[in-house]
Design a protein around this ligand. Structure first.
Ligand SMILES: [Zn+2]
Ligand SMILES: [Zn+2]
Length: 348
């Protein structure tokens, strides 16, 4: 439709009235970035606009970019279009983009999560006429336990391993998931060791005022006996790598929303799977959509067809945008190398 505030273009989601893109996947002149995960925040744009708390993580990943940081709720006017960013509860600095023009309001969600956690500002419902939503876990089978129960499970697993003198190797994405785990676990159980891809992001979180327990790199552990009681946090890409072979006697585990799927733990070949996601589950997606009051919903990256059909059955006008955002697996690929995240800003 001609009056749409956001449309699909080969470069990414585009606002014609404001002449800017949201999380574009090809280099553009002006990019509004919802959050610093690699599939949403790519290198090569001339100008970036993003929420203030995302500045550290964006710079850790993309280096010296032309970034205009904007506080949550602050309005920026551009070519008669009012743009503001609102917390999405997904990772540090994550934002929904509110676009207002001629009395019409659209909100592009990026990735979001409903359950608040200590590492980022909680999701804020924003009223709009049209809501562009992610659908990473947009199937009714996805329902999360409360996070305190998941953290209790992780603590129990770690404590049992420590008592047996085995390291606990927990794999999860290095940006967002790792810091959420760090903020949720009981750091009194033993030392915490992190992979080199995780620590630059820990630093960015701490610099933004997020409290995380002390962490050490493998190279900083002088007494190897410390490993026996340690929780070792690493990105999934270490699986089968020489890095992992230091911890041959470890119990290994994987933390992800995908662990909710039957057989996922076995396919990963790990001892334990913890269902912990930084995305909304099905009830969360429905709650978020309902809270916007939007009569029109456009579904992106995930289970678009299922959600579109469901929303149409609820009497809403629903459609989908094809995007090049991946699931967390793409984020993993970009975050998972041995080198610190800071040096791989151009990884797509
Ligand atoms: Zn994300
Ligand atoms: Zn995403």
């Amino acid at each position: 439709m001609s009056g749409d505030l956001v449309v699909e273009r080969p470069e990414g989601l585009y606002c014609p009235s404001g002449d800017f893109y949201i999380d574009p996947w090809r280099p553009v002149h002006r990019a509004v970035i919802t959050h610093a995960h690699a599939d949403h925040a790519r290198a090569g744009h001339e100008h970036y606009l993003a929420a203030v708390p995302s500045e550290g993580v964006l710079r850790a990943r993309l280096g010296d970019i032309a970034l205009q940081p904007v506080a949550y709720g602050e309005t920026v006017e551009h070519r008669g279009v009012r743009v503001s960013l609102h917390p999405a509860g997904h990772v540090l600095g994550s934002a929904q983009v509110r676009i207002e023009c001629g009395g019409e309001v659209w909100v592009v969600s990026g990735d979001y999560k409903i359950e608040p956690d200590a590492t980022c500002a909680p999701f804020e419902p924003v009223a709009c006429h049209c809501f562009v939503t992610e659908s990473t876990f947009g199937l009714p089978i996805y329902r999360w336990q409360q996070q305190h129960e998941v953290f209790a499970d992780i603590n129990a697993w770690w404590a049992a391993n420590a008592a047996a003198g085995r390291p606990s190797l927990l794999m999860g994405y290095s940006f967002g998931k790792a810091q959420r785990i760090l903020s949720g676990i009981d750091a009194g159980i033993g030392p915490i060791v992190v992979h080199g891809a995780v620590e630059p992001l820990n630093r960015a979180y701490r610099a933004a005022g997020v409290g995380l327990p002390p962490t050490r790199l493998v190279s900083e552990v002088t007494d190897k006996a410390d490993f026996k009681r340690a929780l070792v946090l690493a990105p999934p890409s270490v699986q089968g790598s020489p890095w992992q072979r230091r911890f041959t006697d470890a119990s290994d585990a994987f933390a992800s929303g995908w662990m909710r799927l039957r057989g996922a733990r076995r396919r990963r070949g790990v001892d334990r799977g913890f269902v912990l996601s930084d995305h909304a589950d099905w009830p969360g997606l429905m709650q978020a959509i309902g809270a916007t009051g939007a009569q029109r919903v456009i579904v992106t990256h995930g289970y678009e067809a299922v959600m579109v059909r469901w929303l149409q059955q609820q009497g809403l006008e629903a459609g989908a945008f094809r995007t090049e955002y991946g699931d967390e697996a793409i984020e993993e690929a970009a975050a998972g190398a041995e080198t610190p995240a800071a040096s791989q800003g151009s990884t797509p």
